[in-house]
Design a protein around this ligand. Structure first.
Ligand SMILES: Nc1nc2c(ncn2[C@@H]2O[C@H](COP(=O)(O)OP(=O)(O)O)[C@@H](O)[C@H]2O)c(=O)[nH]1
Ligand SMILES: [Mg+2]
Ligand SMILES: [Zn+2]
Length: 304
């Protein structure tokens, strides 16, 4: 049989391969397989993020292909990449400071859209108010994502989280400032020594963490700590996909399909999502937040 030779037009990439483990805006920290690290200057808009595999060619960084990216739209509608090559997105919430309504749902959609498994980490379980938070999360949320109750201060629940991270691979923490992301990281990996901040008089967290950092845990797996943000608006999600990924909606549609296949679940007759709201199986608040995100995505689509 004749041998077919496949010619690649691109010259083979050569250089030292490493992983971006910190991003400081104008420079990144690259870690190599032998554990050594090097700080490399980058342009502000280089697009490199923590989790990227890169080749160092001379003084330049060449990014290798990514298996996924976690993106969000900032308040100015600009697309931002949070991290790359993730296995799990851990959404960290706490009784104080409160997480804005819709953050969880939108973070779940953003993770699923990127092919990343979402999970929920309820921190500060040492505070009595955690019961109120659990009640607010309701029963339907834990049904769509794994949930861990932890306390960075007392260490409660950290063993389960550690095991989960070891079996998952690379996990990123997102959540509002003050939820305790850096504190959990420090509790999981004391050598990380990340700076943590208090809460101000309005119960808001201070923006103590200004760049992302990836740490490798001795117990296995890697964690990316990120700066806090108050929204995780999904990017490039079609209206149909939104209903598919939005927590709580899919199970309703699977059990009782709507009359119209392309139902937007707004006001179409025979909509099983609207019926679920009337019956109390889907909370009015979660439904309203779905409509809000749907409006936002439609407005973006119509701009293109
Ligand atoms: N009570 C309590 N406070 C915590 C816990 N974890 C973090 N904190 C406090 O929450 C504040 C914000 O923590 P930090 O880790 O900087 O939050 P981040 O902005 O999400 O990284 C700090 O004052 C921490 O001491 C916890 O498990 N219980
Ligand atoms: Mg932090
Ligand atoms: Zn419907």
């Amino acid at each position: 049989m004749a041998r077919i030779k496949i010619k690649s037009k691109q010259a083979p990439l050569s250089g030292k391969e490493g992983l971006i483990v910190s991003h400081f805006g104008v420079a990144v920290l690259v870690r190599f397989a032998d554990g050594s690290e090097e700080r490399v200057k980058v342009k502000r808009n280089s697009g490199h993020v923590v989790g990227d595999l890169v080749l160092i060619v001379g003084e330049r960084l060449q990014r290798l292909s990514r298996r996924n990216v976690l993106r969000r739209r900032d308040p100015f509608a600009k697309e931002r990449i949070i991290a790359a090559n993730l296995d799990v997105l851990a959404i960290v919430v706490a009784p104080r400071p409160q997480t804005p309504a819709g953050f969880l749902e939108r973070a779940v959609v953003a993770a699923r859209a990127a092919g990343i498994e979402p999970c929920l980490v309820v921190n500060k379980s040492d505070l009595a108010a955690v019961e109120v938070l659990r009640h607010q999360l309701g029963d339907d949320f834990p049904a769509v994502a794994r949930m861990f109750a932890v306390s960075a201060h007392t260490g409660a629940g950290l063993d389960q989280l550690r095991k989960f991270i070891a079996s998952s691979g690379r996990i990123a923490f997102v959540g509002v400032s003050g939820a305790g992301k850096s504190s959990i990281m420090n509790a999981l990996h004391p050598q990380a020594k990340l700076e943590t901040g208090g809460l101000n008089d309005a119960d808001h967290g201070c923006h103590t963490t200004s760049f992302s950092t990836l740490v490798t845990l001795a117990s296995g797996g890697e964690v990316v700590d990120t700066p806090g943000f108050r929204d995780l608006a999904p990017v490039d999600v079609s209206c149909e996909d939104l209903a598919h990924w939005y927590p709580g909606l899919m199970s309703i549609i699977e059990q009782h399909p709507c009359r119209f296949r392309n139902c937007s679940h707004r006001q179409e007759p025979g909509c099983s999502v609207k019926k679920a709201v009337t019956d109390g199986r889907l909370s009015q608040q979660r439904y309203d937040l779905y409509l809000h995100t749907l409006d936002e995505l439609e407005a973006l689509e119509s701009r293109c």
